[in-house]
Design a protein around this ligand. Structure first.
Ligand SMILES: C[S@@+](CC[C@H](N)C(=O)[O-])C[C@H]1O[C@@H](n2cnc3c(N)ncnc32)[C@H](O)[C@@H]1O
Length: 238
């Protein structure tokens, strides 16, 4: 969710001062998504393995590391797209009983590193922009801690790309207690409730609470919501 070192980038938008917001807006406005996240990737940090931040450490992901394999078995998932895979720090430890795992990320250097270190006959990595590129058709698209960093417009574009892939299920980060979704500049962060405008997704088929303890429990409702992509309408109502 957030990185310890990039305070400016990942302090939740609604909690930051006007000055921080102004600095961010100069930094992010009109910049291509790829350059925003590639710049974050190259910023110095204490642990180069942990690029995706403390929300992706082994404590915050303990519950979902158990629940995701259970869900995969329950739904009979054979193919999975991790969009985006980020630093692949916790996911590399998860026992995924799938025939094919594809991790995508917009940062080419990250994808190349994972390909060198983690690719095998069942696992591969590709550089893709989830808001623009064609994505493979899979049984399950898993998208954790990513759409929360995108503006409403980019987020809707990603949902459209997910749907256009012809994939079956979407499992993504949602905060069911959020009443009103705040728009941000892509590169910032805010909690999203996908059941609220402008997304208006139907109630999820399943909600997995992550038992998030970040920020003193402020985001205790942080969850993974499961939807059938066929149940999600495009912006044009299709
Ligand atoms: C906070 S990390 C989360 C990664 C991972 N899902 C996890 O749970 O650890 C967010 C990742 O999203 C990637 N990202 C942001 N926008 C993207 C886009 N439009 N297409 C693909 N990847 C993107 C960033 O490069 C970063 O690696």
């Amino acid at each position: 969710m957030a990185t310890q070192n990039n305070v400016l980038d990942f302090v939740p938008t609604h909690r930051s001062s006007k000055l921080l917001k102004a600095i961010r807006s100069i930094r992010y406005r009109n910049r291509p998504i790829k350059s925003i996240f590639t710049k974050l990737y190259f910023e110095p940090r204490r642990d180069q393995e942990m690029i995706s931040g403390p929300g992706s450490d082994l404590v915050q992901t303990a519950v979902i590391s158990r629940e995701i394999p259970a869900l995969i078995n329950e739904l009979g998932i054979q193919t999975m797209l991790d969009a985006p895979c980020g630093d692949f720090f916790w996911m590399q430890h998860v026992e995924l009983n799938v025939k094919t795992y594809i991790g995508v990320d917009i940062v080419r250097e990250l994808v190349e590193r994972h390909t060198r270190n983690h690719a095998n006959a069942h696992r591969r990595f590709m550089c893709r922009d989830i808001t623009k590129d064609q994505l493979p058709c899979v049984d399950l698209i898993f998208s954790r801690d990513a759409l929360v960093h995108l503006s409403h417009r980019d987020c809707l574009a990603a949902l459209e790309r997910f749907k256009a892939s012809g994939s079956q299920y979407l499992l993504t980060t949602t905060f069911p207690n959020v009443r009103e979704n705040e728009d941000i500049l892509t590169g910032e962060w805010r909690p999203i409730n996908f059941e609220r405008a402008p997304f208006n997704l139907p109630p999820p088929l399943k909600l997995i609470n992550e038992a998030c303890t970040e920020d003193g429990g402020r985001y205790a409702d942080k969850s993974l919501g499961l939807w059938k992509l066929a149940d999600i309408l495009n912006a044009d109502g299709q």
